[in-house]
Write a protein that binds this ligand. Structure first.
Ligand code: SF4
Ligand code: SF4
Length: 286
């Protein structure tokens, strides 16, 4: 089972849920892989403290012009959807950081004056921690191509009983790349107006992708009941409620795992997993 932990906004406890769930599942005897797909700001490693065993570059293709063949016709600039290649007064200019590596410019160039060369946009690191296989992506500073690095992280995963994706926040391309092939999505939120607004956006996203999902409410005893009322109205299951406990905040600030230092919360994550598997099985039977 591949499960993505996602949220419409940052700061809702995604990483807390992903890392603690990974540890609980490993302790239950499962072969678990934790994939940190939040490649612009990966932070699972702060809590998992993995021993990194390998590091590999992620590359995308970028066009390179063979000047001797180019006639300056401008077709490459016309077909590029991302303004990554423009032709000015017969000269071709390329902007590699905008290039999505789609290959259209090369395909349509009538003179075969374009070749593709690799460009590094980030790295994928692998390691282990507490019996969990750990994979994280790191996007190079200033790069925009986070989906490529997220794809690199997911390609590095091997078969496992459970693969957990810690997704980037939001509902844009990087999130879609992270969650699109998940079997189940757990949407983390908080009981505030902002939390509700961004939860509604995230629910719209997973419904459009037709992926079964449930909600986790972090700091469930602050704010108001609007998130719960929304979930009731929309028939969405709330499978995890983490209280606003100062001890949790202190453990988080020290980079410690809740299930290690506050064992009283283990049952919270265990029952969350039971509810997810029940929901997933019910969805699979439909
Ligand atoms: S399409 Fe090919 S020949 Fe035309 S301007 Fe671009 S690189 Fe040059
Ligand atoms: S590969 Fe695609 S995105 Fe990149 S410059 Fe060519 S057409 Fe534009």
């Amino acid at each position: 089972m591949n499960i993505a932990i996602a949220s419409g906004k940052g700061g809702t406890g995604k990483t807390t849920i992903a890392t603690n769930l990974a540890l609980i599942l490993a302790d239950m005897g499962n072969m678990v892989q934790l994939l940190d797909c939040d490649v612009e700001e990966p932070n699972c490693h702060i809590f998992m403290k993995p021993e990194i065993e390998s590091s590999n570059p992620v590359t995308v293709s970028k066009p390179e012009i063979i000047k001797e063949k180019c006639t300056g016709c401008g077709i490459c600039g016309e077909v590029c959807e991302y303004s990554a290649i423009v032709v000015v007064k017969g000269s071709v200019l390329t902007f590699p950081e905008l290039c999505h590596g789609c290959g259209a410019c090369k395909l349509f160039c009538p003179e075969e004056a374009i070749i593709e060369v690799p460009r590094e946009v980030g790295i994928v690191e692998t390691g282990t921690s507490n019996g969990v296989a750990f994979i994280q992506g790191l996007l190079n500073i200033g790069e925009l191509m986070s989906p490529a690095v997220i794809g690199g992280v997911k390609k590095t995963a091997n078969a496992a009983d459970v693969i957990i994706y810690d997704s980037p926040p939001g509902t844009s391309c990087p999130v879609i790349e992270a969650v699109k092939d998940a079997d189940f999505v757990l949407l983390a939120t908080e009981p505030t107006p902002f939390g509700l607004n961004d939860l509604e956006l995230a629910v719209g996203m997973v419904r459009a992708l037709k992926i079964p999902f449930a909600v986790a409410i972090n700091r469930c005893d602050i704010g108001n009941d609007d998130v719960k009322n929304y979930c009731d109205r929309e028939n969405i299951s709330v499978v995890l409620e983490i209280p606003d406990d100062r001890k949790i905040a202190e453990a988080y600030s020290r980079g410690e795992m809740i299930v290690h230092v506050l064992p009283e919360y283990r049952t919270l994550f265990e029952s969350c997993w039971m509810r997810i598997t029940n929901l997933y099985e019910n969805e699979s039977k439909k």
